[in-house]
Design a protein around this ligand. Structure first.
Ligand SMILES: Cc1cc2nc3c(=O)[nH]c(=O)nc-3n(C[C@H](O)[C@H](O)[C@H](O)COP(=O)(O)OP(=O)(O)OC[C@H]3O[C@@H](n4cnc5c(N)ncnc54)[C@H](O)[C@@H]3O)c2cc1C
Length: 331
């Protein structure tokens, strides 16, 4: 049996879902935020809590975990129902309402739905070197949750994208030595990040690939490096830890099973200028949305959120007007 009727159901509690829910509460709607993981924060909490984020307005540099703490404080300023460890397994249209079914508890109904599921569940792209799977947790890592875990150790980072470059410079503050291993001469990272790497003491092993990894009797890892095309062995390095940073793959199987199927582009939902999908009353923001020129950045998702909420309100309360500013100012 269905119970609650919400004005807005927000599906996905990443940074963009959190801000969308806050903005919806600021506009005094009855809102629910549903997140499948135990904690809010999406990719930021799960994948880079230790990274310093530079490109969100109002912060001159803030660690991922601290940023999510700030978003959480903002989210709790006004009432919002928050359901964590709850996965939305179906959304179907029932007349003018949407019925949202989760993997636990009763289904509930909502007048509008805002999808903030990112690109679905995500996991790190695995390293394809023989024997590496057995060494995960024994020197090989896919996640860094606390940089102090690597204090005074020799750490190698495999990868050449934004995240690998930032991780190398960040960890280099605490490690005994840091080495970055990348298959190309150039790093695919923001110019500022590459400058910081080049000016640091991080050792660059490029263009090279990892050909073999072996755990030694002293607990260290012997990493054998080779030329990328010729496969010729170049050198060995001895490290305490290897962090694999080859990016992330995501899957959207749960969403593919929903009864409503808004039009997609690739893995994400096509939206109009009000962030509405092909289904009236269903919106998508953050990494879950697509339009020409879209970039997957937190700042962009934050800009999209008020658009979607205001448009959602117009669908069930066309006479409400607004939005005004969050504070009233008389000049
Ligand atoms: C390593 C790395 C570094 C990055 N650095 C930066 C940076 O410096 N600056 C920047 O702007 N961006 C950065 N990004 C990108 C940024 O993290 C994303 O743009 C942002 O997380 C998108 O937020 P979101 O809320 O749209 O989606 P996500 O963060 O992906 O959150 C989606 C949430 O939805 C949940 N979910 C999915 N399906 C369901 C379901 N069926 N039911 C319930 N919940 C569901 C997921 O569990 C997840 O918590 C980085 C990304 C990575 C991977």
């Amino acid at each position: 049996m269905t119970q609650e009727v919400y004005d807005i159901a927000i599906i996905g509690g990443g940074p963009v879902g959190m801000f969308t829910a806050f903005y919806a509460s600021l506009r005094q709607t009855k809102t629910v935020l549903v997140e499948s993981l135990a904690t809010l924060g999406g990719q930021v909490s799960a994948l880079y809590p230790e990274k310093t984020i530079l490109d969100v307005a109002g912060f001159s540099g803030i660690k991922g975990a601290a940023f999510i703490t700030e978003l959480d404080k903002q989210l709790h300023l006004f009432p919002v129902d928050i359901k964590t460890e709850t996965t939305v397994v179906n959304v179907e249209q029932s007349g003018e309402l949407f019925t949202v079914t989760t993997d636990i508890g009763e289904p509930f109904q909502a007048k509008t739905v805002i999808i903030t599921t990112g690109k679905g569940a995500f996991e790190p792209r695995k390293m394809q070197v023989d024997g590496v799977d057995e060494l995960v947790g024994q020197g090989v890592h896919y996640f860094v949750t606390n940089k102090q875990d690597f204090a005074n150790r020799h750490v190698a980072i495999a990868g050449g994208g934004d995240s690998a470059v930032d991780m190398a410079t960040m960890l280099n503050d605490v490690t005994h030595a840091t080495t970055i291993i990348h298959r190309r001469d150039n790093f695919r990272a923001m110019e500022q990040s590459v400058n910081a790497l080049n000016q640091s003491t991080v050792i660059q092993e490029t263009p090279k690939k990892i050909s073999h990894i072996e755990k030694q009797s002293n607990g260290q890892l012997k990493i054998t490096l080779a030329q990328v095309k010729a496969d010729t062995i170049t050198n060995d390095i001895q490290v305490d830890d290897l962090i694999v940073n080859y990016g992330f793959i995501s899957e959207s199987k749960t969403i593919q099973g929903w009864a409503i199927q808004p039009e997609i582009s690739g893995q994400v939902f096509k939206v109009d200028q009000e962030m509405q999908t092909s289904i009236p009353g269903v919106f998508a923001v953050g990494d879950a949305s697509h339009y020409i020129g879209k970039a997957d950045l937190i700042a962009i998702g934050f800009g999209e959120a008020p658009h979607a909420v205001n448009a959602a309100i117009r669908t069930f309360d066309p006479h409400r007007g607004g939005p005004g500013h969050s504070s009233s100012m008389v000049l």
